[in-house]
Design a protein around this ligand. Sequence first.
Ligand SMILES: [Zn+2]
Length: 269
Amino acid sequence: MSRSHLSRRHVLARTAAAAGGLALAGTASGLGPVTSAIAAAAARPRIYTRAEWGARPPDFPAQIINKPDHLVVHHTASNNVTDLSLNQAFRLSRWIQDLHQLTNGWGDTGNQLTISRGGFIMEGRNRTLQAIDQGRNVLGAQTAGHNSHTLGIENEGIYVSARPTLWLWESLVETLAWLCDGYDLDPHQSIVGHRDYVATQCPGDVFYAMLPDLRDDVASLLGLRRGDRTARARRTARSTSATSVRSGLPGSAAPLDHGPALGPAEPLR
Ligand SMILES: [Zn+2]
């Protein structure tokens, strides 16, 4: 996996150079190609908009709130499909919206961003990209009791015993690098799993155990130091003392697979 990440980074740097971004950044800052490559890596990845995946209009416009202090990794607890196509990614986004808007009654997709097993990244809740571009966030419904200060990324699949695909992993790393850069967040402090806040399997034992590697990969892409063990130790200590908040809302046959997304005291809009 590491070798592939390295090659992907080289591809990113090459792409930026070909587009002129690398030269521009390098010239303007007076810094070398390494810094410029990091700037390219923190650029917004290709994110498919709601119009592209065919979203239904929301029941109400999402509320724009302050920037998040934590980025929450979820799994969708849906099948580990072998269809890695863009069509499947769009189907996934529509399925999530149906579940959250029609079944759960949340007005729209609950999570801010979605990534398919094929590595396609999609906007979730309405106004998410607009908010992120402003350095802000939208109020979602993805981590019960913590929606006011977190941004949630739904990753297609169920990772109780399986690992996510390399395509999903690389897109998640790029997405988190972009967000950490834009929000000025430390990957080692800010990237958490749903279960760090509430009682849930999400994002699955296997994916959850990969979060330290995920933080390292994001930090590495941003040119930060690897393996900040102090931050990781703080994160672990905090996760073990996290309180459980249950939503009591319907919408999932096996709620612990994904976990509560909206707390009883949290507003829908
Ligand atoms: Zn979750």
